[in-house]
Design a binder for this molecule. Sequence first.
Ligand code: XMP
Length: 323
Amino acid sequence: NWTTGNVIDEQVEAIRAQVGDKRAICGLSGGVDSAVAAALVQKAIGSQLTCVYVDHGLMRKGETEQVEKDFVAATGVQLKVVDAEERFLKALAGVSDPEEKRKIIGREFIRVFEQAQAEIIADEGPAVEFLVQGTLYPDVVESGGGTGTANIKSHHNVGGLPEDLEFQLIEPLRKLFKDEVRMVGQELGLPDEIVQRQPFPGPGLGIRIVGEVTKERLDLLREADAIAREELTAAGLDRDIWQCPVVLLADVRSVGVQGDGRTYGHPIVLRPVSSEDAMTADWSRLPYDVLAKISTRITNEVKDVNRVVLDVTSKPPGTIEWE
Ligand code: XMP
C-alpha cells in the first residue's frame, strides 16, 4: 500500500545500495521535482551528494536566489552554482525551432554538469559516478520511454540526453505523479515555497519565447512573467491553477496606441491551466478582474509589449507549453 513514508524508505534503501561509497551530483532547476529528488538523495547518502545549479539565464525573476538561499537553508545540501548564461545564449543564437532549442538546452545542461563533475572530482577524488534527475512518470511517458507512446516533445531530462553520457542515472521519482512528489517533499521537511511551487520546465523561458532567444527578449519576458505571478498570488489563485506559462510572441508585432502615440509591439500570451498531472489540462477560467489587472500592468510596465492575449485551448489539442 502506497504511503509517502514507504516510498521514502524504499527509495532511500535503493539509493544507498546503488551508490555505495561513491559520490553523486544532482542538478537543481529551481523546480519541485529536482528539489525533492535532491532532498531524497541527500537523506540517503548525505554529504556524498553535491548539488549543481546551472544558471542558464533562462530562469524566472528571483529563481536563482530562491535556490541559493531557501533550498540550501532547508536541506543543508552542498551546492555549487555555475553561471552559464553566456554559454547558453551563444548556443541558442539564431535558433527558432522548438525541438532544436530543447535539444541544445538539454545538451548544454549535460556538458555543464560534466564540467562541474570534473571540478568536483578535482576537489574530492575520482568517485563521482551518479547523476540524480527529478524525472517524473509523465515525463517518461511523454518522451516515449515508458509505454511506447509516441514522442510528443523531447523533455530535456529524458529525450535530450546525449549518447556519450558519462553518468549512471538515479531517478527516484520515476514512478510518481506530481501530487505524490509534493507529498514526499512535504514529508521530507521541505518548505511550502518549494513543495507547492507550480511546475516550470527545465528549458525555462527558452521555450516560452516563440522565435529566437535573446537576452533582451528574456529580460522582457521575465518582467511580464513576474507581474503575472505576483497578481495570481495576490488574488490567492496559486492553488487553483496548475501553472500559468507566460509566452512572448517575439516574431509577432501588432499596432497599438499608448498616450498620444502609435506603438508596434509584441503580444504576451497568458496560458493558465488546471490539471491533475499535466497529461491533460483545461484552460483556467480566471476571474476577469484578475486578468484585467495583469493585462494593464504588463502593457504599462513592460517595454515593447502592447497586447496581452489569453490562451483558451485545452490539452489536447494544445500542449501546456507553446514549444
Ligand atoms: P506540455 O507542454 O508537454 O507540458 O503539455 C507538460 C508539463 O511538463 C512541463 N514541461 C517540462 N518539464 N522539462 C521539464 O522538466 C521539459 O523539457 C518540459 N517541457 C514541458 C510543462 O511545464 C508542463 O507542466
